[in-house]
Structures are given as C-alpha cells and as structure tokens.
Design a protein around this ligand. Structure first.
Ligand code: ADP
Length: 483
C-alpha cells in the first residue's frame, strides 16, 4: 500500500457514539485480498457498545432533526468536499482492504461522495402536500419527518458507496445512523467517520461498529429505538434480518442479491454490447449485485459476440490493485474462489465449453482468470445462482418471447440489461422485464440521481434519487378543523 498523504485516515478504531475505541493491536485483523497481508485491526465490539451507540444516536438525532435542512445540507456538503479532497487516500485504503484496482477505487470514492452531494441538496426539497379537503371547515396537510434512529449493515464489495447512499439520505432527512460495515472492509467506513467528524457532523449521530455481524446485528434489529434497518447484502441474510425486525415492526430497506440477465439481440450494436458486457459483467471482477449473471445472445450474433468478447478480455490484465495497468483485481476470499470454481465445474459437466480462462490465475491467491462459457443452458447452476465472480456464461436464444421467459425465470429482480436498435422492442422488453432497473444499450445504471433497487427477492425500497430520501422519512398527516 502506498503511503497516505493523511495517515490519520487509516484509523484502527471504531466509533461508538462520541467515543473512539482503539483496537490496540487486538480484535479483528483486516487483510489485503491481493497479498494476504494484515493491514491492521479493528475492535471486536459487543452488545453493550451497540446499546451505547443506539442511545447516543437517539440523543443526537433529536437535536439534528431540529436544525434546518439547509444547515444539515451544509454539513453534508463539507463531508462531500472532504471526501473528494482525500479521494486518493480513501481509494488507497479501499484497494488495500477490498482489492479492486486503484483507478476503480478512485471511481468508487467519487461515486460514493456523489450521494452525499446529491442528498445535501435534496434534503431541502422534502416537500409535503396541502390536499383539497373533504369538509369545508377542514384542511389536510401532509408533512415529511425523519424516521429517527437508523441501523445500517453494509457489504464489502463497495466499502464506501454502499455506506454513503444510506448515510446521505439518512442524515439529510434528519435521522441518526448506527453502521455495521462488513468485517472485510471496515477501514473505508472508519475513514468516512473521521471525515464526517471533521465536517462537523455532531458527535453521536454516526457510529461505526466493528465486530461480529451476527452479535451486533441482533442488538440493532431488536432495539425498539431503531426505527429502520437498511441493509445491503445477500438475500439469505436479508431474509433473516427481515424476520429479526418483525417484532419491533421496523421499516426496512433491503438491497439484496440479483441474477441479472443481459440480452443482446441480433440488431444490437455489437461493439457497444461487448463494451456493455465488460462493464456489467466484470466491474469489480464480477462482484456487484447488478453484475450481468446470465448473458443471452440471439442466435444470429452469438458466435461473433463470443469471439469479440473473448478478444477484448484477453487484452485486459489481472493483478494487485496497486499495480500499473490492472483492470481486474482479486476475489474477496477463498469462499468466493470456491463458488466460481463450482459454477464452472457444474456448467462444463453439463456440456458448456470454456472459450477463455476457466481456471485460477497463475498469480495464485484469490486471483481468477476472466472466464467465458459458451453453450450454457438453464439446467446449469449459473442460470439460477449469482456467481459473484469473473465468469460470463453465454446462453443462445432464438426469439424475444423465449428470452423474456428465460430472463424472468428467477426469484430475483434487481438489474437487467438489453442491447437492441429497435425502439419498439426497447419498450416492449423493458416493460416486460420483472426487474427494478433496466439498462438499455448500457451496462452501467447506477448513479445518485436514479432510484436503485429491486423487486421480488432482490429487496425493498430504493436508494438514490428523491425516492431515496423518502425512504428515510415518515409521512405525518394533520387534519386541521374548526376553520
Ligand atoms: P456477502 O455475500 O456480500 O458477504 P452477506 O449478506 O453475507 O453478503 O453480508 C453482508 C453484510 O451482512 C456484511 O456486513 C455481513 O457482516 C452482514 N451479516 C452477515 N450475517 C449477518 C447476520 N446474521 N446478522 C447481521 N448481519 C449479518
């Protein structure tokens, strides 16, 4: 890891309310997935720490929500400015603990910061309504108010952005947040807290708890003070957390797994489709919940598409995220390697052909070769489960009807993509896809201005856009009589 310009951003402490708790060389070791080297430690906090953070959040939230939206927005704007001023250091911390190439990490910091900027502005536009009433002597007013104390549990694949797109709207709305980041990538979260403090976010409003997700998650979900849980991660854990939140009837924001179809029709601009597939499939080495998981290519262009994709991928380098010219980093851990191996073995046993990669990379460790499979069918595991790795399975199809049936044949419904130059088909297919998001002639859909989220087993709620702010607010209706 290169030396940081501001070494105080890599802090081996957690933030419990207003109190920084030092790991003091103990606790949980955080490693670099490219090298296996230990970067540092974070504290292994327990139940009483979580209770303390929740109590501090409750006290801080009352004062924070009483401030004007403009005032809150100014603090968030300073936070955004600090993130961008420290973009290089934040990116280096991110690459060290997550593995993605430094340029991609810099991109994530800018993307993550954009949520803070967007919601700093959007908080001032949390308009209510005045509704024409039902009686001459009454008036109906609808106000938006912050939900209160929010718990957030975030994953390792976007150690910065998965936090900011929850924290931005939460703080803009007037909420407090107790965050439990993934144990693989806590330093990015902690650096955000250091900068939040410098930006003037009040003490206690934002806690970053490190330790066992199960133990801390149990306290956060059981607490009656916590009024909302916002979670990004697997559908399996999301469903567990949903159940844990039932007794206290919390609001839920769940960004869960996907199984994104990527459909290339005969009439598509093939070069654009290949570039789109590289972005949609291989960004973060296939480790995003919107990654193309099933690539459906119409029969007329199937072989050409496969050859073009293989040609482009063959020229891209895999390696340590800090090395020059690297496009693909390592996978996060040995489990991720095992899943990729399993999906490829299952597909080839059932008749798929490997036309590129297919094996662990010669670099060893957690590196896997970018892989393309052809002749993939619905009977293979890659058709049903998220691979979360650099494997592009190519399914051949004949008709629009056939591909729509196949694309929707999953319990997931997060992102989907289609490439075609037929305008009528764009609308027909987009409307028929049972997904929260559709990328039309693009492999990249995420941005602060748009509502990100899924349907079916992919989750509840939306992040980003004005809808993302609403998810951290309650409606209150005033019926004013005697007029
Ligand atoms: P991933 O496959 O992305 O690691 P997980 O759903 O396993 O997805 O993890 C996402 C986040 O949820 C991580 O921060 C993890 O620590 C946390 N987590 C995992 N299991 C639990 C649990 N039982 N309770 C609360 N949080 C959990």
């Amino acid at each position: 890891m290169p030396p940081l310009k501001d070494p105080s951003l890599l802090r081996q402490s957690a933030l419990v309310g207003a109190r920084w708790v030092d790991a003091a060389g103990k606790g949980i070791a955080v490693t670099n997935p490219s090298t296996g080297a230990i970067i540092g430690h974070v504290p292994d906090l327990g139940e009483t720490d979580a209770e303390e953070a929740i109590a501090a959040a409750q006290a801080a939230q009352r004062l924070w929500s009483a401030r004007t939206a403009k005032d809150r927005g100014q603090v968030l704007r300073r936070w955004f400015d600090l993130m961008m001023a420290h973009q290089d250091d934040l990116a280096a911390i991110l690459t060290a603990e997550q593995g993605k190439p430094l340029a991609e990490a810099r991109g994530e910091i800018a993307y993550g910061a954009s949520f803070i900027e967007w919601f700093a502005e959007e908080g001032r536009r949390a308009y209510g309504d005045i509704v024409p009433g039902h009686a001459p002597d009454k008036r109906i007013l609808v106000l938006k108010q912050p939900i209160g104390v929010v718990a957030a549990i975030t994953p390792w694949n976007f150690p910065n952005a998965m936090i900011t797109r929850k924290a931005g709207p939460a703080f803009a709305a007037g909420c407090a947040m107790v965050l439990k980041p993934a144990s693989q990538t806590p330093f990015s979260a902690i650096a955000l807290a250091v900068l939040a403090e410098r930006a003037g976010l009040p003490a206690g409003l934002f806690s970053v708890l490190t330790g066992s997700a199960r133990r801390l998650g149990a306290v956060l979900t059981a607490s009656p003070i916590v009024r909302k849980l916002t979670f990004t991660g697997s559908t399996e854990v999301g469903a567990q957390l949903y159940a844990q939140c039932a007794p206290t009837i919390k609001k839920l924001g769940l960004e869960l797994g996907g199984n994104a179809p990527f459909i290339v029709f005969d009439d598509a601009d093939l070069d654009a489709a290949v570039e789109g597939a590289i972005v949609a499939k291989f960004r973060n080495n296939g480790q995003t919940c919107v990654c193309a998981n099933r690539i459906y290519v119409q029969a007329g262009v199937y072989d050409t598409f496969a050859a073009k994709l293989a040609g482009r991928l063959a020229g891209l380098k895999t390696g340590n995220g800090f090395a020059e010219g690297v496009t693909f980093g390592p996978l996060i851990d040995a489990n991720a390697m095992a899943k990729v191996a399993e999906h490829i073995a299952d597909a080839t046993a059932k008749g798929a052909r490997v036309i590129l990669g297919g094996r662990p990379h010669a670099l060893g460790g957690c590196f896997w070769q970018p892989t393309i499979l052809t002749g993939v069918t619905a009977a293979m595991a890659v058709a049903r489960e998220e691979t979360f790795g650099p494997v592009a399975p190519l399914f051949r199809f004949e008709t629009e009807e056939e591909v729509l049936t196949a694309a929707n044949d999953t319990e997931f419904g997060l992102a989907s993509y289609l490439f075609t130059r037929d305008l009528a088909r764009v609308f027909r297919v987009s409307e028929a896809l049972e997904y929260g998001m559709v990328g039309v002639n693009t492999g990249l859909v995420s941005t602060a201005e748009a509502p990100f989220g899924g349907v079916k087993a992919s989750g509840l709620g939306r992040e980003g856009s004005r809808h993302g702010l609403d998810d951290f607010m309650e409606l209150k209706y005033l019926c004013v009589g005697g007029i």
